[in-house]
Ligand binder design. Structure first.
Ligand SMILES: O=C(O)CCC(=O)C(=O)O
Ligand SMILES: [Fe+2]
Length: 351
């Protein structure tokens, strides 16, 4: 791979000033100091670095650390643009970063995450009365994090290692073995940097403890209309949602009012709001949005979208039920998939 210059990472969007001196702490957001002194100096490629991957008993394989050219972009070139507020419709409250991550970094980040994360194609059953139906989730998913009643031990900023254990937030002691049916996974450094950067960008006290990742491999992959208004997120949850890779339409429509749909402006029958999300774009759904609006990524005619699309949502679960729900529906109990760069497809690793 060719060498890059720092200049290349900061094009084309207007960028915040590059700090004169960068820290050299082990925090993944901090690039090695020898490579970052001047904007024109060359910096090494990921392949030249030997950052040890992060392993943890709950991961199916160890997860690579972000190469420094991606962590530099995420740390110092975000937000690429200031957000627009979209609130011109009842109960709607969005921030729209167009983009949040500048394109060169978004592209590298997309390829890195697709290659390095474990993914799942979850099947689950739903029961309606006596009938059981099997649901095949129409996209790849994965999830990391734990609700606020627990946390992973470890030194802040040191990243994940195999000794990170789950502690109870009240007692600071190891959790009882039966606290969760699922096995929560610590957020790997490559996603935790994004989480911390978004919290900093919002600067309104928002914090997140979950990272959910969707991978839409083609136009046939989708998510149907829903709202993320589960009780385990608390009232008026803030959810940040980042797009990497292929452009897909994000549709929103107001929930129908509980009584007869007389007010057609809220009936849900109107044309949906369509936001064509491109790589690096981020929307933040806030306030009463989840309580009143549904959103979806519909299938695309023709099936193909070229390169595939990754969506990352940041959320905060406040009770153990949230942790159980997220692992059940985004990891499940089947085999995991890993991206095969030669075959250009997700390959199931076990069953
Ligand atoms: O892929 C997207 O943009 C939306 C994903 C989503 O709504 C969800 O995971 O709840
Ligand atoms: Fe959603």
């Amino acid at each position: 791979m060719p060498k890059r210059t720092l200049d290349a990472f900061f094009k084309p969007a207007a960028q915040p000033p590059i700090p004169k001196k960068l820290k050299s702490s082990p925090d993944p957001s901090s690039p090695p100091p020898s490579k970052t002194k001047y904007a024109t100096e060359t910096i090494k490629d990921a392949s030249e670095e030997e950052l040890p991957p992060e392993s943890h008993p709950a991961y199916p394989f160890s997860i690579a650390k972000l190469p420094s050219h991606v962590s530099v972009g995420l740390s110092f070139a975000t937000p690429a643009k200031q957000p627009r507020v979209i609130n011109g419709q009842p109960h709607l409250n969005l921030l729209y970063y167009e983009p949040y991550i500048p394109q060169p970094t978004a592209k590298e980040y997309f390829h890195f995450l697709r290659r390095e994360l474990p993914f799942y194609r979850v099947r689950y059953t739903i029961k309606r009365g006596p009938t059981e139906t099997v649901v095949n989730t129409p996209r790849y998913t994965t999830v990391f994090g734990v609700d606020i009643t627990s946390y992973f031990s470890g030194i802040k900023g040191e990243g994940v290692d195999k000794n990170n254990a789950l502690l109870d937030s009240k007692t600071n002691q190891p959790i009882k073995p039966d606290k969760y049916k699922c096995t929560p996974r610590p957020i790997p450094g490559c996603l935790d940097l994004l989480r911390r950067r978004v919290e900093e960008a919002l600067a309104d006290g928002t914090t997140y403890n979950f990272v959910l990742v969707n991978y839409y491999s083609s136009g046939d992959d989708s998510i149907s209309y829903h709202s993320d208004d589960e009780r385990f997120l608390g009232a008026n949850p803030n959810i940040a949602s980042l797009t990497l890779g292929a452009k897909r339409d994000f549709l929103m429509k107001h929930k129908p009012p509980p009584s007869a749909a007389k007010d057609t402006s809220l009936s849900g029958g109107d044309k949906p709001l369509k936001i064509p999300l491109a790589t690096g774009d981020m929307i933040v759904m806030r306030g009463e949005t989840q309580a009143n609006w549904l959103h979806s990524i519909p299938k695309r005619k023709g099936g193909e979208t070229g390169q595939g699309r990754i969506n990352i949502t940041l959320r905060k679960a406040i009770v153990p039920g949230g942790t159980e729900n997220y692992y059940r529906y985004n990891v499940g109990d089947g085999g995991f998939y890993r991206w095969d760069d030669k075959g250009k497809e997700m390959v199931c690793q076990n069953v």
